[in-house]
Design a protein. Structure first.
Length: 97
């Protein structure tokens, strides 16, 4: 049961990461980096967009003035990874008994 709580926290962190990715993409379009924005949107649909926007966001953090957003984005990465690791360590999906 406890593993499902950690999985829920991990899922919430991943949803937060998606929101951060969308905000980074909006910053790209706001600063006339439409090509990066389009590449990031396509990457989201391909399954690697959260990682792509994370990397581009940190590379362009000074240009886009999104330092606080990227710190939150990084924190969500850590929370998602750690809670999923804990849930895996506890053994989610195993039969009780």
């Amino acid at each position: 049961m406890l593993s499902f709580i950690f999985l829920g926290i991990s899922l919430l962190a991943i949803l937060g990461m998606l929101v951060c990715a969308i905000l980074v993409i909006l910053s790209m379009f706001k600063h006339s980096d439409s090509t990066l924005g389009i590449i990031s949107i396509v990457a989201l649909f391909c399954g690697v967009g959260i990682l792509v926007t994370f990397i581009i966001g940190w590379v362009k953090v000074g240009d886009y003035h999104i330092k606080n957003l990227m710190i939150a984005y990084s924190g969500l990465w850590v929370v998602a990874f750690l809670t999923y690791a804990v849930a895996s360590g506890i053994g989610f999906g195993q039969a009780a008994g």
